[in-house]
Design a protein around this ligand. Structure first.
Ligand code: NAP
Length: 287
């Protein structure tokens, strides 16, 4: 890909961004489709998010992805919100069009596609336990409800942080319950759920563990970890050893990225190319 005077620029705003695999995934897609586009990662501090987004608009960028810690604060900065971003209460993709910042959420779509791809079911009628109530946990829990999950339980280390999820879910028919993120509390509800999703950042560092008792896991349970840095996190290893069906977060990353690609370019995303690029970027060096 030759960058020149007519290259269309998109990118990622976050803090930190050095670990991201998104540039590899998107630039591989642009190359495969022979598009004169480039995806770059920009370290943006929380206090600079507004300036960075307005600057991106004024400099002619086509759009950006937002990652930790910007997904919630962007809600008050963008000019328009898509239906999904409003319902999920977080923005992870911004399209810059006709001088306007338009906020989207593709994380909800990403998790639903990942669960379908990995486990071959949808959230409809399912009972789901989500660990974590940050940007990802909130999007995932509300997406489960929008897709017809019968129950969504959310366990978070800091209790009050589940309140916005409860409010967001009040518009749906799904039964919501907050539980504490402890082995004892999870032991009380684990037999009532079909699927457990880790949306905490525990597992991002090698060997990091939620410390859940291995006895919580059984062969009837599906366990999805949104962490994708390792093929198997401590949580997935423990769950798989007990016979549970497991998958890591790579497919969620792929599908949220593919949807963002389509929002910006209006072209169908080349999924196979993007998946290959992601695998090489995340696991290549460790193979
Ligand atoms: P965030 O908004 O910063 O939220 C972090 C969450 O992790 C909070 O619920 C926090 O609990 C919890 N947490 C952090 N340290 C913990 C600990 N030691 N013990 C228990 N809980 C802890 O981040 P986010 O955007 O939601 O991202 C969370 C995870 O999702 C990250 O691992 C990220 O990589 C992953 N993710 C993956 C994808 C994908 O495409 N695969 C997309 C988005 C996010 P408190 O509220 O108590 O602090």
């Amino acid at each position: 890909m030759n960058i020149d005077g007519s290259t269309t620029v998109v990118g990622l705003f976050g803090s930190p961004v050095t670990h991201t695999a998104s540039p590899a995934m998107h630039n591989a897609a642009f190359k495969a489709l022979k598009m004169n586009w480039a995806y770059l990662a920009f370290p943006v501090e929380p206090r600079n998010l507004r300036g960075a987004l307005l600057g991106a608009r004024d400099m002619g960028l086509r759009g950006v992805n937002l990652t930790v810690p910007h997904k919630l604060s962007a809600l008050d900065i963008v000019d328009e919100l898509s239906e999904e971003a409003r319902k999920l209460g977080a923005v992870n993709t911004v399209l810059i069009e006709n001088g306007k910042l338009r906020g989207f959420n593709t994380d909800g779509y990403g998790i639903a596609k990942a669960i379908k791809t990995e486990f071959n079911f949808t959230f409809k009628g399912k009972r789901v336990l989500v660990l974590g109530a940050g940007g990802a946990g909130r999007s995932i829990a509300v997406q489960c409800a929008l897709d017809g999950a019968s129950q969504v339980l959310v366990a978070n280390r800091t209790p009050g942080k589940t309140d916005p999820i409860a409010r967001q879910m009040a518009e749906t028919k799904t039964v919501f319950r907050a539980v504490a993120l402890t082995t004892d509390d999870i032991a009380r509800v684990i037999n009532e759920v079909d699927l457990l999703i880790n949306a905490t950042s525990v597992g991002l560092l090698e060997g990091e563990s939620l410390g859940l008792d291995p006895k919580l896991f059984t062969p009837r349970l599906f366990v999805y970890d949104t962490v994708y840095r390792f093929t198997e996190t401590e949580l997935l290893r423990t769950a798989a050893a007990a016979g549970a069906k497991t998958a890591n977060g790579l497919n969620m990353l792929l599908h949220q990225g593919a949807r963002a690609f389509e929002i910006w370019t209006k072209h169908k995303a080349p999924l196979a190319v993007m998946r290959r690029a992601l695998n090489a970027a995340v696991y290549g060096a460790r193979k």
